[in-house]
Design a protein around this ligand. Sequence first.
Ligand code: DX5
Ligand code: ZN
Length: 223
Amino acid sequence: MSHLIAPSILAANYGHLNADFEMLNQSKADWVHVDVMDGVFVPNISFGQMLVKQMKAVSEKPLDVHLMIVEPEKYVDSFIECGAEVVTFHLEATAHAHRLITHIQSQGAKAGVALNPQTNVDTLDDILEGLDLVCLMSVNPGFGGQKFIYRTLHKIRTLKQKITERNLDTLIEIDGGVGLQNAEAILKAGADVLVAGSSVFKSEDPTKTIERLSSIQINNFDI
Ligand code: DX5
Ligand code: ZN
């Protein structure tokens, strides 16, 4: 499978969201990454269900909703009702990850688990089977436009090895500081989905940047 590109709408211009979705609809983007922040789990507040519903109405691409919130079990159903196709919550935000994964899937969405930079990928060992996606944070969550933490490459390789050894089809998504300067190294380490906010929306030609990220060819992995 070739990799997927998920531009992060957090970096878009909210004054003309429709135009940005129009651009994404016409582009090579595979998903649209939607960052939900509650001001508690992360020190920033973004948007909630009402805006996600509006986004769904204008998006031709699946919405990949990243919940950076405490008590995610209280809100997953409402985000799925608003149109989220992929729902990712943080392992650090719940004591019942396994239950929440199976619940999200029972509601018809794909389930993802996100890990903060300090959380080891070994913490996934007992929930990896049946998990649709792992989102490795390559910045501290809460803000766009931060610098990629290079240690993430090591985490990607370790996780890719676990997934390959167990013959799973869990996707590895990398979120934070991803752009044309490091995408190839990230893909070579074993990533399947690249989230890209600033590097797409702050570029001169976002459509072209998406296309360039999408067309990177990887012949063999680093492992
Ligand atoms: C960070 C968010 C990211 C963010 C990425 O908390 O989870 O999805 O939008 O933005 P860039 O690509 O600008 O680092
Ligand atoms: Zn995100």
